[in-house]
Design a protein around this ligand. Structure first.
Ligand code: PRT
Ligand code: ZN
Length: 285
């Protein structure tokens, strides 16, 4: 039987979340420290551990069949692969930043200025759209120090919390690109590998849905049941079971994490008691 080859980042910001996602799909593999490739025990897959920058190219060439990589790296690489699924982790933005003391009204202020970046393609594309001509300096690391050492007037770099910009005396003035980790696939997968990818996707999606939802159990007096049930959207209609306590019922449902606290407040106000909320491991619908 064929094995699908999945490339993930060897060591960096996407490594832990990529491995966690694979484990949550009940796929295990031997301790991978120092390895380049490892087979999985209970799924027809091999994992390749690579530098993130190399992943789009390896997937395009078919050295790996699929990969997990940041959209920033994927788009900058210009490689021809399919983006299959957004994974919801590794979220960040590519932003333009200038020295705090510099006045900035709009992107037009960058006209004729020099900008240091590791993302010349994405930045150039953005500047073209805005009809702004600037002088790009491509550097591969420590972009944030460029204005301080007189290498550039501004920078375009990945921002997450903003603390790196702050500690380098810079302010974020434009968001150019929003990024998260994505699953990419080669355009030339065999039918057998496509079938394995579909199985893997099914599991990824079940894990993602589970993370976005919680299972809720509560008790309510029967005369308040209708009001309580109306508040619960659930994916199906909620399960209602009679309690040993006369005139009371237990209600079970699935609610989204997003509006969780508001929902709990409303349920309590509607007469719910003994509210129990638990995480969901997998959710398939
Ligand atoms: O060795 P390898 O080449 O594999 O790793 P790398 O050093 O190139 O990448 P790594 O591990 O730093 O990041 C991998 C991916 O994580 C990136 O391509 C992004 O998709 C995503 N990501 C999410 C980030 C950040 N958040 C992030 N904050 N990548 C980089 N940063 C850096 C940024 O470059 C800047 O130096 O963190 C700093 C800013 O962070 P804040 O929190 O101070 O704003
Ligand atoms: Zn890298």
């Amino acid at each position: 039987m064929q094995r699908i080859k999945l490339a993930i980042q060897k060591k960096g910001r996407l490594s832990d979340d990529s491995i966690r996602l694979i484990h949550e799909c009940d796929i295990s593999f031997p301790n991978s420290i120092g390895r380049l490739v490892t087979p999985c025990y209970d799924f027809p897959m091999e994992i390749l551990f690579l530098r993130d920058d190399d992943i789009p190219g390896y997937v395009e060439d078919g050295v790996a069949d699929i990969g997990i990589v940041g959209e920033n790296v994927l788009v900058e690489s210009g490689k021809n692969v399919d983006e299959v699924l957004k994974l919801g982790f590794g979220k960040c933005r590519l932003s333009l930043a200038v020295p705090r003391g510099m006045s900035y009204q709009s992107i037009n202020d960058m006209s004729g200025k020099s900008i240091a970046t590791s993302y010349p393609k994405i930045l150039q594309n953005y500047l073209n759209q805005q009809n702004v001509e600037a002088d790009l300096h491509t550097i591969s690391g420590s972009v944030e120090i460029a204005p301080g050492i007189g290498l550039a007037d501004a920078i375009c770099d990945i921002v997450s919390t903003g603390s790196t910009l702050l500690s380098n005396g810079l302010k974020e003035v434009e968001q150019i690109f929003a990024s998260e980790a994505v699953l990419v696939a080669s355009k030339n997968l065999s039918a057998e590998k496509k079938a394995i990818l579909d199985k893997l996707l099914f599991r990824f999606v079940a894990v993602q849905k589970a993370e976005k939802n919680k299972y809720i159990l509560l008790n309510a007096p029967n005369d308040k049941l209708n009001e309580v049930i109306k508040l619960l959207p659930g994916i199906n209609s909620p399960t209602v079971l009679p309690l040993a306590r006369e005139g009371w019922s237990s209600v079970h449902s699935v609610i989204t994490v997003k509006d969780f606290w508001e929902m709990i407040e409303k349920l309590k106000a509607a007469g719910a008691e003994g509210i129990l909320v638990t995480p969901i491991e997998k959710l398939i619908y």
